[in-house]
Design a protein around this ligand. Sequence first.
Ligand SMILES: O=P(O)(O)OC[C@H]1O[C@](O)(CO)[C@@H](O)[C@@H]1O
Length: 521
Amino acid sequence: MVLPSVNPTQTQAWKKLEHIRRERNFQLQDLFREDPGRAEHMHIAWEDIYLDYSKNLLDQEVIDLLMQLADEVGLRQAIDLQFAGEPINETEGRAVWHTALRNMSSLPPEVKATLSQIKRFTDSVVDGNWKGHTGKSISHVVNIGIGGSDLGPDMVVEALRYYRNHLDVRFVSNVDGDHVMETIKDLDPETTLFIIVSKTFTTQETLTNARTIRQWFLSQASEGDIAKHFVAVSTNLEAVADFGILPENTFPMWDWVGGRFSLWSAVGLSIACAVGFENFKELLMGAHRMDEHFKASEFKQNVPVMLALISVWYNNFYGAETEAIVPYSQYLSKLVAYLQQGIMESNGKGVDRNGEPIDYQTGTIIWGSTGTNAQHAFFQLIHQGTKLIPTDFIAFAKSLHGKQDHQNKLLANCFAQTEALMEGTWGSKVENNFKQFTGNRPTNTLLIDELTPAGLGELIACYEHKLFVQGIVWNIFSYDQWGVELGKKLAKGTLSAIEDPTLGGKNSSTQGLLERFRSKG
Ligand SMILES: O=P(O)(O)OC[C@H]1O[C@](O)(CO)[C@@H](O)[C@@H]1O
């Protein structure tokens, strides 16, 4: 079964939405005055998540039409196909089944076996039973990977810092040798474990870094010691074996799990090391709860569907190019970088599911950082700049360290910002235009009870489903990433030109850069 292919601009709902956008000028201040109970019917309360979407430039008619749009493009059928493991990643002929990794009650046999392998391995590392080549326990773990083999685990390990054990878990991703050397310079090879994560085991950055680290390790140990200090996560078992890693220290991945959706698999080994297997399992179970919500709830009560369609409204009818995400928790300082890959690698496409160029907007540009820091950095532009920037505010009701006085201030800022963006100085006298805030700037607020492993799983899965819904609406394939291939290919030729001065650059610009680099590098 293939995904339905519908040009969204040809649907009834799209045409009506265009008409509304032309005819009406939504003013949030008025909408709240006309309907003081607006937030009472423009929110979704599901488990420990409360989504307030009342501060958006829309009314019930727009919501109804967005829901109709979802129906007209066949969203329900698309969800069913994804969860059934159908090969909806058509350009690569693969299923998109990361949801199967977290459905504990019916895990595919190979996933169940791998989860047990993850548990056995991480328990032994955390308990100190896994010994290095001189008989010492492991104190440091380094994840070597990039993109989906780095961003997810790195983000989660940071987000769950509160739940971490004694292990020092680090990440090295960039082929920048300084990044590698800074990461390992204070490490003791006797007590360090390296996890090489690469779905393909061909990625230049990861293999270069892994070889450099292997060399560093061998300067203080022997080949036979590698087995006790290097493990791998990959689909390419042959290349892993060639690297010298034993089959029993190799964790499988499957081609039906995309790199940017893989933290739920053995790619999350570093997470399970950092917070222990039980917390890793909680993360998976939280994500599964969100899967169930996404699959079963009617669209109007469905958190990811609502977020996705509201974002389509701004992207396609208001011409908003970007979307900010501002988590009010320092633990989530790496969330935006993670979501950038998830969302922009997935939906940065200009060809539809029939292979035809698209004449409407697709993937939004995602950016942001943590509040309140962001308030002192780029909020000026969101409040008074000329661009429309719909923003998601994410906050937690409880402080993990019991610093509720701080939490009160943190959340006061969060709520006040959404209010300021909505109200502006509307209706009040200001001295001059410099001090005027137009308001009418849209936001969503996701208020979550507490930052637990399960709550984090829910949040991540929520954004995964949001991007899926948007890909379905835009009639694109969200699960391939051909757009990263050309640069990779050219880099190989450019490296040859750098290493062999008899070879020239492809054009005068590259040639000039090569010459300057050769003379200074
Ligand atoms: O896990 P691998 O195969 O090393 O790939 C790493 C990353 O490279 C990409 O293929 C493209 O940059 C990502 O999708 C992926 O997460």
